[in-house]
Design a protein around this ligand. Structure first.
Ligand code: CA
Length: 309
């Protein structure tokens, strides 16, 4: 039985609003919005890459945009238009509505000092991160969040990625795997979207479309602020509990970057929608990364180092 948890109504229209997971399974939000089982959903669009890899650009791809870059691409870089051209063709209007910021690179029971150390390591990692990591020797497995701890504890898997300190601490991974790697190069700034059934969207007055877009942007800013505050505090507690922070070796990062680019070229060659969004997204990334490294990154790096001296 559908549980109505909210409603926007006025004048000639009435749009039903349901909380994710209340009436449709978490991985069926997009289909349910497209076919109007629900008119509005909140989801990570990359869950639907099995249907079309173009969905990945709604959330994250390996070595893609960070939070700041995603917002800039979406709002001023043509991202909103090019991604909506793809999703609206499938009956879904996409609004920007959340981000976790750069995720961590996962928990390992043994230290990774080179690409050779990745061979045969069974890791809980899904999506394209897993596809790319497999080219480097990792054996990717998909396990639901609630089952990761036990799998790590029993040694069914050797490593697992989830989100970042704030979420990972709650699941207790530090009690069963000591080495905590960064960065999560497959999720440098994963976005979430509000998805609206196209017909329902078109039936809304312009003011209500603007309100829903603004509310989604508010969620976008609020979620990032909450993670930025929560992650800092959680990381301190994890380090105090004995967690060993490690950066992925440069050799591993370089090999993953190369494998990711090969995957994009291969996919773009057979999928025109993917190529169109990819080209817009990556051109924006390249210009933006060249700008941010000049002053934003040097400022951040200086302050982070100076406070330790
Ligand atoms: Ca993740």
């Amino acid at each position: 039985m559908a549980k109505r948890v909210g409603e926007m109504s006025g004048g000639k229209f009435n749009i039903r609003v349901f909380a994710g997971g209340e009436i449709v399974p978490g991985l069926q939000v997009m289909d349910s919005v497209a076919n109007a089982t629900v008119e509005l959903g909140h989801t990570a669009p990359y869950y639907y890459v099995g249907k079309d890899p173009t969905w990945a650009f709604g959330t994250a791809v390996p070595f893609g945009l960070n939070f700041r870059q995603y917002n800039a691409w979406w709002i001023f870089g043509g991202g909103e238009q090019v991604f909506n051209e793809f999703t609206q063709g499938l009956g879904v209007v996409s609004l920007l509505a959340g981000n976790t910021g750069a995720q961590m690179g996962g928990w390992f029971r043994k230290e990774i000092k080179s690409t050779a150390d990745l061979a045969g390591v069974k890791m809980r990692i899904g999506g394209w991160g897993g596809t790319v990591f497999a080219k480097l020797g990792i054996v990717p497995t998909q396990i639901a969040g609630g089952e990761i701890y036990q799998a790590l504890e029993r040694g069914t898997i050797d490593a697992a990625e989830w989100v970042g300190p704030y979420d990972d601490e709650k699941l207790g991974f530090h009690k069963v795997a000591k080495f905590y790697y960064y960065p999560g190069w497959w999720e440098g700034g994963p976005a979430l979207h509000t998805q609206v059934n196209k017909k329902a969207w078109d039936s809304l007055p312009k003011e209500y479309q603007a309100m829903l877009t603004a509310a989604s942007y508010e969620a976008n800013a609020w979620m990032m602020a909450k993670y930025d505050a929560g992650n800092a505090a959680a990381l301190k507690r994890l380090i105090a509990a004995g967690v060993q922070l490690r950066g992925y070796p440069r050799e591993v990062m370089d090999a993953a970057f190369k494998a990711a680019n090969a995957l994009y070229a291969e996919t773009a060659a057979k999928n025109a929608a993917f190529k169109k969004v990819h080209d817009s997204y990556m051109a924006f990334r390249n210009d933006s990364a060249s700008w941010l490294r000049v002053t934003e990154n040097t400022f951040d790096d200086f302050v982070a180092a100076a406070i330790r001296r």
